[in-house]
Write a new protein. Structure first.
Length: 381
């Protein structure tokens, strides 16, 4: 397969409702999509990145510029015949979290194109030691007013999903109200994680401990900003009853994950494809975690299109040892998608493999161009 063009799109994906957490409030997601055009246009591969300045740093525009720099200044596999060429390309790039969304989109588009050329789903390119046939997703709830949070909780309950991720803010009383709503909606029958998105300081975190015990929270995700020394005190305070402390914004590269493991405060990592730079980098981190005492979940970014949702599905299917899986929110979140059909879960959060070559999804070029918010960046061989 000979790649002739690399096209990069700035896109804005509109939400069905405003979505909030402690680091952002938005009515849409600002992502990037990479299109690989090969063999005279007969093959088109697609990849997506979700640049978030509050996670990896950098903007949508910076991600676009990173793609141009990476393709032009590195041995890009313009002639692509096997997956090992993609791994060599990715391994030669620096471990820099600001470039991870761009690397994720490029790698995904290369894999999708190669899978289509070989008429294989890209799951075939990876080891199957931890493969499973189905994923059972949990479901997230944002920072929201009482009525909205109650309605969303009931919608999730109707799907018979009880793995819940609840967003937390910086006001104790508001968080307590959210706990009470979810406890009431689910009658206490849930597996509850909370995602703080760095909203707590030392004293506020400690003041939440009685609530964590009362409402049987299983996981606390990223309570403080990265490198806040107060995490040691909080980790010690919660460490005697089995509560897991999960890193997200603190864990964006292999070296950051190594650092967290050596420090010993976090005991779980949120693995997200765009944050970590795609499959190759994510799976290297997961292999490292399997050799340590750190567990992990497969997560997602707010506002992924069906492209990233499909990729996340594949990663989850490859990792039956993940403690939780979040993703495939397409039909619950997006007004308009890039894929012909949404990549979503059903009753109980159940979802299986996606059929078809590459990522297993078909792209709506019409929707892609309607969601585009800037001219396409074109790189030709």
């Amino acid at each position: 397969m000979k790649i002739e063009q690399v096209k990069t799109y700035k896109i804005s994906l509109p939400f069905l409702m405003d979505i909030s957490h402690s680091l952002t409030k938005s009515a849409s997601a600002q992502n990037i999509v990479v299109e690989m055009v090969a063999d005279g246009g007969k093959i088109k591969g697609y990849g997506e990145g979700a640049p978030r300045d509050y996670v990896t740093g950098g903007s949508q525009q910076e991600a676009i510029e990173n793609i141009q720099q990476i393709v032009r200044n590195n041995p890009f596999p313009w002639e692509l015949y096997e997956a090992s060429q993609i791994w060599d390309f990715i391994d030669g790039l620096p471990d820099n979290k600001r470039t991870n969304p761009a690397i994720c989109a490029l790698e995904m588009a290369l894999l999708d194109a190669l899978g289509k050329a070989q008429e294989r789903n890209i799951i075939k390119f990876f080891p199957h030691d931890f493969l499973r046939s189905k994923v059972y997703y949990g479901c997230g709830l944002p920072l929201a007013a009482k009525e909205k949070l109650t309605a969303m909780g009931h919608r999730i309950k109707k799907l018979e999903i009880n793995k819940i991720k609840l967003k937390m803010g910086g006001i104790l009383e508001k968080n307590q109200e959210a706990f009470e709503i979810i406890h009431r909606v689910f009658d206490g029958d849930y597996d509850l994680k909370i995602d703080v998105n760095c909203a707590w300081g030392d004293e506020l975190a400690l003041r939440h401990i009685p609530l964590l015990k009362k409402y049987h929270v299983q996981v606390v995700e990223q309570p403080m900003v990265p490198d806040d020394p107060a995490i040691a005190r909080f980790a010690e305070a919660i460490g005697d009853w089995g509560l897991r402390l999960m890193a997200d914004e603190s864990a964006c590269t292999y070296s950051e994950v190594e650092k967290l493991n050596h420090e010993g405060h976090y005991n779980m990592i949120n693995v997200r494809l765009s944050k970590l730079g795609g499959f190759r980098k994510s799976l290297k981190i997961i292999e490292y975690l399997r050799k340590t005492n750190l567990s992990f979940q497969i997560g997602c970014h707010l506002g992924e299109s069906g492209i990233l949702s499909a990729a996340g599905r594949i990663l989850s299917l490859l990792c039956r040892d993940s403690l939780y899986d979040d993703g495939s929110y397409d039909h619950l979140l997006l007004k308009k998608n890039i894929t012909q059909q949404p990549v979503s879960f059903g009753l109980y959060g159940e979802a299986g493999p996606l059929n078809g070559p590459g990522l297993g999804v078909e792209i709506s070029e019409k929707n892609l161009n309607q969601l585009r918010v800037a001219p396409v960046l074109l790189i030709e061989r």
